[in-house]
Design a protein around this ligand. Structure first.
Ligand SMILES: [Zn+2]
Length: 296
């Protein structure tokens, strides 16, 4: 056995039956999936040259896809379709916001995750233990138990680096064309966490610059959404990695949006929340103090 071809003997979540999870070296690079919307809100195959987007959206927890060589990490279907594997409804919402906001921002780009966050949580740095968690809420993740350094490095190279290179490329492409985009990350959260009910419906979280986040909360105060700044998480919980990596170094106005997922799993409430968020963000983008990302 060598470091690049390891057979792990593990136990399943209920700890009754041993399973084998073969984790081997992969040459696959899982880049972010990149989509573009033009000034009329239409989907584009590629960005329009010399018309840089004013808004970059990132959805790090968009997918519950599991692939070889990691497989399902020893999890059953109920778990791989639950909120611990991905952010329910977040990608659908991100795509709709990208289309709705493109006309006022001169175009949008969305970069989203190709695989489940349980293989690698793309909103975590490689030194954060929960980048590859062996426990998420009440669920044990057998395929992440006792991961060796070789395995952590392999996943970092396969997933984390290609994904964040994709985000960096899009931001640099826009900056090089003379525009300073806003950066929004789109997430959803479970209404009940560790048995505790959460009342907040819309959380707005920021890294070091709170300008855009506060403008969004102010704009949302005119809606009936229960909106709170830095809830249900904040930068102190280590959840602003993407913002720290891509927004803060370039002084880009930014926010992480967290929507309670019960509002996104029903088509009626989803349509209503999408409308509300489009209005809230449109107002916030035009607020005093927020750097302009508007279409020229
Ligand atoms: Zn998330």
């Amino acid at each position: 056995m060598n470091g690049a071809d390891m057979v792990l003997s593990m136990r399943t979540a209920n700890n009754k039956e041993p399973i084998n999870c073969r984790e081997q070296s992969t040459k696959s690079l899982w880049r972010g999936i990149v989509s573009f919307w033009g000034q009329e809100g239409q989907r584009l195959k590629a960005p329009v040259e010399h018309q840089p987007c004013g808004l970059v959206l990132v959805c790090e927890h968009a997918s519950n896809r599991f692939v070889t060589p990691w497989g399902t990490l020893g999890l059953d279907t109920e778990t791989t379709t639950s909120h611990i594997a991905w952010d329910l409804g977040a990608l659908r919402l991100a795509k709709k916001l990208a289309a709705n906001l493109a006309p006022i921002t001169g175009g949008t780009v969305l970069i989203h995750a190709p695989l489940s966050r349980l293989i690698y949580d793309l909103n975590r740095s490689p030194d954060q233990q929960d980048a590859m968690p062996d426990q998420s809420e009440a669920y044990a993740i057998p395929g992440n138990k006792s991961l060796g350094l070789t395995q952590r490095l392999e996943r970092t190279r396969s997933l984390y680096l290609p994904f964040h290179t994709s985000v960096h490329e899009e931001i640099c492409r826009i900056l090089a064309q003379g525009k300073r985009p806003l950066l929004l990350t789109i997430h959803s959260f479970t209404p009940v966490y560790n048995g505790k009910q959460r009342d907040v419906e819309f959380g707005v979280i920021h890294d070091t610059d709170d300008t855009l986040a506060k403008a969004i909360v102010t704009a949302a105060s005119r809606s009936n959404l229960d909106t709170r700044l830095n809830e249900p998480y904040s930068a102190r919980d280590g959840v602003t990695h993407t913002l720290k990596l891509h927004a803060t170094p370039y002084n880009l106005a930014h926010a992480m949006l967290e929507i309670r997922n019960d509002l996104l799993t029903n088509s009626q409430t989803e349509a209503k929340v999408t409308r509300q968020l489009t209005e809230i963000l449109t107002t916030a983008f035009q607020s005093p103090g927020v750097p302009s990302c508007l279409a020229s």
